[in-house]
Design a protein around this ligand. Sequence first.
Ligand code: VGL
Ligand code: ZN
Length: 213
Amino acid sequence: MPEPFVPKTSDVLLLIDVQNDFCPGGALAVPEGDAVVPLINRLAARFAHVVLTQDWHPPGHQSFASSHSGHAPFESIELAYGAQTLWPDHCVQGTPGADFHKDLESARGELIVRKGFRPEIDSYSAFFENDRTTPTGLTGYLRTRDFDRVFLAGLATDFCVHFSAVDAAREGFTSVVIEDACRAIDLDGSLAAAKRAMLKAGVDLISSERVLA
Ligand code: VGL
Ligand code: ZN
């Protein structure tokens, strides 16, 4: 087996959007989205530090197809900052769909980063919104806490995990995606494209065995 990744105290596990709306039965269900929860709980027990993100949209958010007459979910449109995929209404602030999956052990989480709360901008990444310039503040938090490696798991591999992992690498962190602890939406080849983009950005894609070994 390739070299194990033994978690150190300067590592953080960043859990992306493990929320009801991304699980089967949710508004934007990721196939097998709930299947990552037991593995994520095992992984989290190995890390000294855990941070979670929560997709957190106001009603009528610009990323919702319902906000654009004549458009359907999964179409792409041009917004002020560029192309944006339109989604079913999901993760609306304060609704049960926006809650973490009930079996996710989130109590040890040291920070919850909410994103996508600006009505006009979507935010796939935990670091920058989809205009690619508005920061969430996470870089400053991780730097001030002296973390150097960011391990990522959660939903969805090809959107929020992908953009978060690429941004972690761009911000100067070692960025490691635990692939089997993620699930993808996979729209028109988006999973393959995301993997290429992550590898190009220098993100490591690993199996959970390498952390749990
Ligand atoms: C996500 C689409 C819209 C994600 C969030 O968590 O990957 N995808 N909002
Ligand atoms: Zn969203």
